[in-house]
Design a protein around this ligand. Structure first.
Ligand SMILES: [Zn+2]
Ligand SMILES: [Zn+2]
Length: 374
């Protein structure tokens, strides 16, 4: 007899693993899947995770359903009886729900194998939280020739079982900046003898706040946050250098470029006005997801026709490396409501696991419709 999906979910929640360390999780998923009739499993050479395949009645379209499998370096602060037993690691982004939905989906579709054409692939993707997993999977070329991709993310701002769907981006372009402000250090009592980078960097932090309010089109959305200010060691010495770090979040490619240019322009100009020098370095993170318009319409219609609680999907400022898969294969990521409570990456995050059944049956029906339409 096979385990219930709730038992599987609890096991996964109890045994979270950090990005690039998902060995046990991968083996566990493999073991569960290998008991499903018709499933073929392939592993990756350069990372954990796996790709499972289910063949329908006749050749046809190829759909890949993606679930990420990693957890976060967070000490769990819930009172769940199935709370993490891997100290300091927690499934606080709901990837344990994603894995469970994908497993339950594989079971349902395996039973219905004679009722659809084409192939369904289940991608259990590692290393989402470090944004490397999707790129590694794509580099393996195992997704070559796929026609369409689907995925989901838990959303603790929605009621359990609600499905949030929206075309275009639902997660943001994530960029990270580092600004080094160089001045001239001196005695705290003799500022005239130096070039104070603390005052210059403070002015830069304040000036950066004008980008979103004065440069970004009010119809667009963006965030510029300075999150790290490092300078000085002692109370009576003006330091020679200050380092600032922060993040930029945008949805639109043009806005993204403009904001990056403004950060550089403002920091170098303001630094100069204070007699110091600033150099900016930008590191690109995940790009914004981009839900395919046509698939979005089909997915919404399917949900509404079959009695699911379909709502307009939220545009969140978080990052999601599924966007790299979507850049190569048209697709849709939906939000799955897991009950309202503490947010993603919060030590008190709790997902209502009843959402697994809703997610799995929704995708099972939607995938069959997509595969059978001409
Ligand atoms: Zn996350
Ligand atoms: Zn996540």
């Amino acid at each position: 007899m096979s385990e219930t999906i709730q038992t599987i979910f609890r096991y996964l929640h109890r045994n979270p693993e950090l990005p690039a360390m998902e060995e046990n999780t991968t083996n566990y998923i493999c073991e569960i899947l290998s008991r499903i009739d018709g499933i073929e499993i392939e592993r990756f050479d350069t990372c954990y995770g796996l790709l499972a395949k289910l063949q329908g009645r006749q050749p046809g379209k190829k759909i890949v359903f993606r679930a990420d499998i990693d957890a976060l370096p967070i000490i769990e602060a819930t009172n769940l009886e199935y709370k993490s037993q891997n100290n300091g690691v927690m499934h606080a982004c709901g990837h344990d729900i994603h894995i469970s939905v994908a497993i339950e989906l594989a079971r349902k579709l395996a039973e219905d194998r004679e009722r659809f054409n084409g192939e369904v692939y289940f991608l259990f993707q590692p290393e989402e939280e470090n944004a490397l997993g999707a790129k590694k999977v794509l580099a393996s070329k195992k997704l070559a020739g796929m026609d369409l991709t689907l995925s989901l993310h838990t959303n603790p701002g929605m009621n359990c079982g609600e499905i949030g769907i929206k075309s275009g981006p639902i997660t943001a372009n994530v960029d990270r900046f580092r600004i080094v402000v160089d001045g001239t250090g001196c005695h705290g009592a003799q500022p005239q003898n130096g070039r104070d980078p603390i005052v210059a960097a403070s002015a830069i932090v304040m000036a950066l706040q004008s980008i979103v309010s004065r440069n970004v089109n009010p119809a667009e959305r963006a965030v510029v946050s300075v999150t790290h200010f490092d300078g000085g060691k002692d109370w009576n010495i003006i330091p020679a250098q200050v380092i600032l770090e922060g993040t930029v979040r945008t949805f639109d490619a043009q806005t993204r470029t403009m904001v990056k240019e403004q950060i550089e322009h403002i920091s170098t100009s303001v630094a100069e006005a204070y007699g110091t020098r600033a150099a900016m370095e930008m590191t690109d993170g995940p790009i914004a997801t981009n839900n395919d318009e046509k698939i979005t319409v089909i997915a919404k219609d399917y949900g509404l026709k079959h009695g699911y609680a379909v709502v307009e999907g939220e545009q969140s400022m978080v990052g999601e490396d599924y966007a790299f898969i979507q850049r190569e294969i048209p697709g849709l990521m939906v939000w799955l409501g897991v009950g309202k409570g503490p947010g993603l990456h919060n030590p008190e995050y709790v997902a209502d696991a009843r959402a697994i059944e809703t997610g799995a049956s929704y995708f099972a029906g939607l995938i069959q419709q997509l595969l059978n339409e001409r």
